[in-house]
Design a protein around this ligand. Sequence first.
Ligand code: TYM
Length: 342
Amino acid sequence: MTAPLQASPQAQPRVLSGIQPTGEFHIGNWLGAVRTWAQQVAAQAEDLFFCIVDAHAITTEYIPAELHRRIWTMAGDLVACGVDPDRCTLFVQSDVRQHTELAWYLANVTPLGDLSRMTQFKEKSEGREHALVGLFTYPVLMSADILLYRATVVPVGEDQLQHLELARETVRRFNHRFGPIFPEPQPRLSQAPRIMGLDGQTKMSKSKGNTLGLFEERDVFWNKLRGAFTDPQRLRRSDPGRPGVCNIFTMHKAVSTPDEVELTYTECTTAQRGCVDCKKIVMESFDRELVPLRARRAEIAQHPDRLRQALGDGAEKARRIAEETMREVRPAMGLGTGAPAP
Ligand code: TYM
């Protein structure tokens, strides 16, 4: 078996991640992934690629005009969050055709059985009479997104770990058969890799309608937060709470100061603080983080031309790197006429 490739010591590690432009950009996306992206952009210690994965968003029913609008909204949201296109490569997946090309090639080193074990496919296809082939092969496209840039670090939420493990397995299979072309990517989890929805029962998710939107009006955000489920066993104000099972405490850990988190723990477990008061405090912490993001979002909306330029530049750079990879992949697989004639 071929040894896994390492990034050369002098090269910066290459990071790639993606987000679907579907539904609303919620605090699960932000705390689970995008806030980490922005921290990496600020640190400038790595070569960063962030991708709006529109080709993934067509694997369930959608309206074309709506998808098109959402791509632009997502781009503006990401920039407002600190994913500054001057300091990283921000682009839209379908602007770089090599993603779908490599996905087809990788489909031919991926066993059916591996895809049928993917829990996200099982969840998303459940109850659908006509689940699409694209939904089934979705993780192959995700592997292509990562491998195309030979990324070694992939910052994601916990729900993407299984897909990433498949990408690693795909690298091993591909390199074994065709030569050492791809490095094995490693996941990078944030401190809040799994944010539960407002129902407190399932992961916060666009498809479950249990989200808190990052750029939602403050009143709407607060009304949703106020109604969020907490510890189900805390029926009366005088019952001590269990922070370990409470979603609001998870949010505190992600956005409140360490002192506030400690105080919250103490006051919750001794019933000195009620759930509504606890939510008011976490709302203040959210305000501290989100008010500047919302202001930046409004400013970005004033300059659609800048965003267009940034995505154009991002796609151009991404295409260049992607094509370098494909120039190795095609001849290694015996495809095309790029290699010298036999
Ligand atoms: P997507 O668009 O569903 O979510 C984007 C990112 O947000 C994270 N996330 C969460 N983290 C914590 N708690 C939650 N409730 C929560 N909900 C979402 C996700 O883990 C993800 O990191 N398949 C991917 C997109 C993708 C991708 C890639 C990611 C396509 N190609 C290549 C990395 C590398 C997805 O659907 O993410």
